[in-house]
Design a protein around this ligand. Structure first.
Ligand SMILES: Nc1ncnc2c1ncn2[C@@H]1O[C@H](COP(=O)(O)OP(=O)(O)OP(=O)(O)O)[C@@H](O)[C@H]1O
Ligand SMILES: Cc1cn([C@H]2C[C@H](O)[C@@H](COP(=O)(O)O)O2)c(=O)[nH]c1=O
Length: 209
C-alpha cells in the first residue's frame, strides 16, 4: 500500500511546467535552500529517477508509441520511483524534490494527447491513491517564451518537438489543475528573471519549513 502524504515524516515537492518554462533551472537552488535550513534532500526526476525508470525515460522521450502505452509507461516509471526513492526517503524524514510527477501526466497525456481524464484518474488511483506532493511549483510562461528558451539550448526530444497547439493544451490542463488544487499548486510566473523567481520560491518554501 502507498503511504498517505500527511502521515509520513518527510515532505514531497514537485516541479511542473511545459518544456522550456524554466523549472529545472531552479531545482538546484531549491535543494540548496532546503539544505541550508537543515533538511536532508533527495533530488530526482520523472520519468526516471531509478535504473528501470531511466530506461523507460529513454524510450518515452525518443520512441513513438500509442498514447495509452505512453501513459502506462509514465505511471510504471512513477511506481518504481515511488518504491525505490520517494517512499523510503519520506519514511526517513527526508525532503524529496522531483522534476515532474503526476500533474505532468494529466497535462501531457491528458491535455496534450487527449487521454480521458477518467483514465488518468484511474491510473492515479491505482499507483498512488494517497500520496500527493505537499507542494507543487507550476512554472508558467506563454508558449512563445518557452519555445524561445528551448530553441536556444538543445537538441529537442519527442515531446519538445511537438507543435504549439500541443503545448497550449498541456498548459491549459496545468492551469486547470492549479485552479482545482490551489492549496497544493503554486503558480510561479517564470517570465521574470532567475533572481526574481528565486525570491518567489524562497517566500513559498519559508512557510513550509
Ligand atoms: N527566468 C528565466 N529567464 C531567462 N531564461 C531562463 C529563465 N529560466 C530558465 N531559463 C533558461 O531557459 C532554458 C530552459 O530552462 P529549463 O531547462 O530550466 O526549462 P525546463 O522547464 O526544465 O524545460 P524541460 O522541461 O524541457 O527540461 C535554459 O537555458 C535556462 O537557462
Ligand atoms: C513525468 C511526465 C513527463 N512527461 C514529459 C514531459 C517532458 O516533455 C518529458 C520529460 O522531460 P524533462 O525535460 O525532464 O521535463 O516527459 C510526460 O509527458 N508525462 C509525464 O507523466
Amino acid at each position: 500500500m502507498t503511504p498517505d502524504s500527511t502521515a509520513v515524516p518527510g515532505k514531497f515537492i514537485s516541479f511542473e511546467g511545459i518544456d522550456g518554462a524554466g523549472k529545472s533551472t531552479h531545482i538546484g537552488f531549491v535543494a540548496d535552500f532546503l539544505k541550508a535550513h537543515g533538511k536532508t534532500v533527495v533530488s530526482s526526476r520523472e520519468p526516471g529517477g531509478t535504473a528501470v525508470g531511466e530506461k523507460l525515460r529513454d524510450m518515452l522521450l525518443h520512441d513513438k508509441m500509442h498514447l495509452e502505452t505512453e501513459a502506462l509507461l509514465m505511471f510504471a516509471s512513477r511506481r518504481e520511483h515511488m518504491a525505490q526513492v520517494i517512499e523510503p526517503a519520506l519514511a526517513r524524514g527526508e525532503w524529496v524534490i522531483s522534476d515532474r510527477f503526476t500533474d505532468a501526466s494529466f497535462a501531457y497525456q491528458g491535455g496534450g494527447r487527449g487521454l480521458s481524464r477518467a483514465k488518468m484518474e484511474a491510473l492515479e488511483q491505482w499507483v498512488h491513491p494517497h500520496l500527493q506532493p505537499v507542494l507543487t511549483f507550476l512554472f508558467d510562461v506563454p508558449l512563445d517564451v518557452a519555445r524561445a528558451r528551448l530553441d536556444a539550448t538543445r537538441t529537442l526530444d519527442k515531446f519538445e518537438q511537438e507543435q504549439q497547439d500541443f503545448f497550449a493544451a498541456c498548459r491549459n490542463e496545468y492551469l486547470r489543475r492549479a485552479a482545482q488544487f490551489p492549496e497544493r499548486i503554486v503558480v510561479i510566473d517564470s517570465t521574470r528573471s532567475i533572481e526574481q523567481t528565486r525570491a518567489a520560491l524562497s517566500a513559498v518554501l519559508q512557510k513550509l519549513l
